[in-house]
Design a protein. Structure first.
Length: 351
């Protein structure tokens, strides 16, 4: 633990943010399979990035509420609402920025997306944690996943077309112009955000049982159990990130919990921290670096600079797969350099 922060959590968050930037910024039209999202059912390494981040947000929420336990509930509610609105606004501004380069109007702005989903998941988890005990929260998680799983089975939830009830609901409430346009089913749609919120709630429960100087046996066993039941449930409800299936929730949280346990043991228990620096640069300003990465990616693509840079890389690396990976690594390191500058100047952008 350093400076009042849990270093293992910063490292896990940093690794997740770096991976998110890496998988989102391939140089060319191809990339290695682990860096591509599954087309529909299935699971790739890239698919675990977002659920890991939501899980980490839950752990951070638990630690934050412990830190501010003496605050009046009204003050906590105002803080939660303010943070939710700021993340939502950041997400919509980012979508508007992308729309500007695409030549569209605000009537076509996407209202869903990564940051809006993070905001809603954070809000649901934060409000729930203020009014419910951990055992009650576990019951809520099970209930949400059970009901949602039944809806997927009974209401054509695994259909890849616009006939999917998730797609129909999104179009009815938000309108087709305000949704993801690259597939009929919005991967950050409204209803599928509810099971995504359980990732954050599971992370919160994990954080509640965590002590700064030790890792409880319950967390390790829970991680193993969630991983096992996620794989078992996938036989009935296939793993699917786009609909955020219950099996995807359980497996993602289980793997995140086990990785967190491993990092906590190495860093907090064994005090082996010499290698953690680069991940801390990404992990201490995650939302700011994500915004920077997305805006830079849009600007490079819209201006044609990305094509020029990738062509230069291709002249050095003929293989398109390796060239695409080289571009992604270079892009991620550039964002990491910004994170390094913020960290060294002790600038931590919080909302």
């Amino acid at each position: 633990m350093s400076g009042g922060r849990l270093l293992s959590l910063d490292v896990l968050r940093g690794a997740t943010v770096a991976a998110m930037i890496l998988v989102n910024n391939a140089g060319g039209s191809v990339s290695f399979a682990p860096l591509r999202h599954a087309a529909w059912n299935g699971l790739a390494l890239a698919d675990l990035v977002f659920p890991f981040f939501l899980f980490i947000a839950g752990v951070s929420l638990a630690l934050s509420l412990q830190k501010h336990a003496i605050w009046p509930r009204r003050k906590l509610l105002l803080k939660i609402m303010r943070r939710t609105l700021l993340i939502l606004l950041a997400g919509w501004l980012l979508n508007a920025f992308e729309l500007f380069f695409d030549g569209g109007g605000l009537r076509e702005i996407r209202l869903t997306g990564v940051l809006p989903r993070i905001a809603i998941c954070y809000f649901i988890a934060a409000i729930t944690s203020l009014y419910a005990r951990p055992r009650t929260i576990i019951f809520i998680i099970i209930l949400v996943l059970a009901v949602y799983g039944a809806m997927l089975v009974l209401l054509n939830g695994y259909c890849e077309s616009g006939e999917n009830f998730l797609s129909k609901t999104d179009r009815l409430i938000l309108g087709a112009n305000h949704l993801y346009r690259k597939s009929p089913v919005d991967p950050e749609g409204l209803i599928s955000t509810l099971p995504a919120a359980t990732n954050t709630l599971i992370g919160y429960c994990c954080g509640k049982y965590l002590k700064f100087n030790c890792l409880t046996r319950k967390i390790i066993l829970s991680g193993l159990g969630l991983t096992f039941f996620g794989l078992l449930l996938s036989l009935l409800l296939p793993l699917n990130k786009r609909v955020w299936s219950p099996s995807f929730v359980l497996l993602g949280c289980g793997l995140a919990m086990l990785l967190f346990a491993l990092l906590h043991f190495i860093i907090e228990t064994k005090n082996r921290t010499a290698w953690t620096g680069i991940f801390r640069y990404y992990g201490t300003n995650p939302l700011a670096l994500y915004l920077l990465a997305e805006m830079l990616a849009v600007a490079l693509s819209g201006s044609g600079a990305k094509t020029a840079i990738f062509s230069a890389i291709r002249s050095l690396i003929p293989n398109e797969y390796f060239a695409s990976l080289a571009y992604a690594i270079l892009f991620t390191l550039v964002i990491g350099a910004a994170g390094f500058a913020l960290f060294k100047n002790k600038i931590f952008i919080k909302i």
